[in-house]
Design a protein around this ligand. Sequence first.
Ligand code: AMP
Ligand code: MN
Ligand code: MN
Ligand code: MN
Length: 295
Amino acid sequence: MIDLHTHTNASDGELLPEDLLTRAINNGVSQLAITDHDTIQGYLSLQNHSITQKLQLISGVEISTTWQGVGIHIVGLDFDVEHEAITTCLKQQNRARALRATMILEKLAKANMPISLEEVEQVTEGRQIGRPHIAAVMVAKGYVNNRNQAFKKYLGAGKMGDIKSGWVTLSTAVEAITASGGVAVVAHPDHYRMTRTKLMTLFDEFKAYGGQAIEVISGRQPHSITEKYAHIAREKGFYASLGSDFHRPLSYACDVGKLSDLPSDLRPVWQLFSAKDNSNNAHFEKRLSNGSATV
Ligand code: AMP
Ligand code: MN
Ligand code: MN
Ligand code: MN
């Protein structure tokens, strides 16, 4: 089983990176990508860990972008984690996240829900801030009953805490991933509230920037959704990816590796991976063969 979209507590997931790997191994996963939001710290912390001998760990990240006013998530897979293109992009995202957190707190304070940055940092413990961390403090302070309510009323799409400024553009994210020898993937394409026409424009632009794959399977989804995105992948010539988007063990959410198979006629995204082992040599060779080596 292969799972190419998961989170650890380096972003808004709950498990330590090694605990995520243990869970993945127990669930029969043979190839895993940790795709934390805008950070590779979880992946890096495992690079020389003995647990990675029990499954193939693919480098990964989920980059927040803004495209035509919509927040679009782009997953990057199998890139060189030391390449300047990706590290520069992630540094920019880090600054954007910190700034956005301050702006969200200002909005909440104006709405009589004061939260200090320190209170949020007690939750994140030095890791970068996401809206789920702010939601957790809102629950702790009694402003809302649960995290879902925090998103529904204050932090979710179109609400006061939905601040999109600061993220890299779609082209920057895709180009940073591909310049680093990786594959860019449109994450959970069915989650964006867009017309079909706009979604198709997104895919076309994504492809023009060098994007190669879309998540045909994202977590637990009806067969009709799989068919919809399989059809688009065939039509537009995309490779197919799949991932649980696992954040924490929950009875109603998809567990790591518990995914349906991709339709067999699609080209799976791992055909593009160069890393047959966890060494960086493979990345280096791939960059050379792409003609984009920086040495
Ligand atoms: P951010 O990366 O800070 O923009 O936060 C987005 C993250 O919030 C997503 O990746 C989800 O993990 C989480 N999220 C989105 N919507 C909800 C919701 N309604 N309830 C709880 N968590 C959510
Ligand atoms: Mn998340
Ligand atoms: Mn996402
Ligand atoms: Mn995700």
